[in-house]
Design a protein around this ligand. Structure first.
Ligand code: NDP
Length: 277
């Protein structure tokens, strides 16, 4: 049988790095690919983990915004492992409150990494998931809060149990166009670029879980979105309530759901608890 393998995106620092460490400590049986867009930062993170005793961590370059980079990773996984057992979509960005870039630019840039980046990684890697694989997309509680701020019409679409990936992509594109014109609120969107991208991540997970249930029934694959909580990282700052290790707990729990578990699947989870969408 081929060796098991896990992939964590955006793992050179912050919650991603803590997830890699958490998978090691939880006894993931196989290699853990610490991926980063910057090779030097990624290699340094791997060396630090090796010196802490996490010897099964391996570096691979991955820029989630570069579809060529996603394809290279898929090829590497196919050639070296014959599939994928755990995927954690963690890479993400957020502009600071004090950022001076126009809102439309913030919306476009944040959407590219958080939503399109997650989608491109999934397009490359979901087809090679092995039976009993686990997929976790790091979204945020902010996705739920932002959903509640959408117009009733948008909320209905984004909560619908039969929305398609194509429809979601169109909606995310419409948000960015509206943000660039300055009329996103008039069109029913909340006034948050980050929050809207995370709505996209949560709804994408719901759709992907549904499609996996239809296309690979009986394969035991579980796919969920989660919120790590407010975590002390470069993104959230030092005043956040959780350490990166605490922030990694829910993503690691979802990644390590035992074979035979039937749920959660297609849910938004925080503090290891399923949340209403
Ligand atoms: P950090 O800013 O500390 O880390 C973000 C990571 O994502 C970095 O490794 C960064 O790489 C990487 N990244 C950004 N863009 C890309 C890209 N195009 N390709 C590959 N990697 C990329 O943030 P956090 O650790 O706090 O955030 C991790 C995830 O958790 C994000 O999705 C975030 O939205 C989410 N989250 C965080 C919360 C918090 O309180 N911190 C709360 C809720 C959700 P590089 O170093 O090269 O920039």
């Amino acid at each position: 049988m081929s060796k098991k393998v896990a992939v964590v995106t955006g793992a050179n620092k912050g919650i991603g790095l803590a997830i890699v460490k958490g998978l090691c400590k939880a006894g993931f049986e196989g290699d853990i690919l610490l991926t980063a867009r910057n090779e030097k930062l990624g290699q340094e993170a791997v060396s630090a983990l090796h010196s802490e005793g996490c010897k099964k961590v391996v570096f691979h370059q991955l820029d989630v915004c570069d579809q060529g980079s996603c394809s290279k990773l898929r090829k590497f996984l196919e050639e070296n492992y014959g599939g994928l057992d755990v995927l954690i979509n963690n890479a993400g960005i957020a502009f600071k409150q004090a950022a001076t870039e126009p809102f439309g630019e913030q919306a476009e840039v944040t959407m590219r990494t958080n939503f399109w980046g997650t989608l491109w990684v999934c397009h490359a890697l979901l087809p090679i998931l092995r039976p009993n694989a686990r997929v976790v997309s790091v979204s945020s509680f902010v996705s739920k809060r932002s959903l509640d701020q959408c117009s009733a019409e948008l909320q209905a679409k984004l909560r619908s149990s039969d929305i398609s990936e194509e429809e979601l992509c169109l909606l995310m594109g419409e948000f960015v166009s509206a943000a660039q014109k300055g009329d996103h609120q008039a069109q029913g969107w909340p006034n948050t670029a980050y929050g809207t991208t995370k709505i996209g991540v949560t709804v994408l997970s719901r759709i992907q879980a549904r499609v996996l249930g239809e296309t690979r029934p009986g394969d035991g694959i579980l796919l969920n979105a989660c919120c790590p909580g407010l975590v002390q990282t470069d993104m959230a700052g030092p005043k956040a309530s959780k350490s990166p290790e605490e922030g990694a707990e829910t993503p690691v729990y979802l990644a390590m759901l035992p074979v035979g578990a039937k749920e959660p699947h297609g849910q938004l989870v925080w503090d290891k608890t399923v949340q209403a969408w």
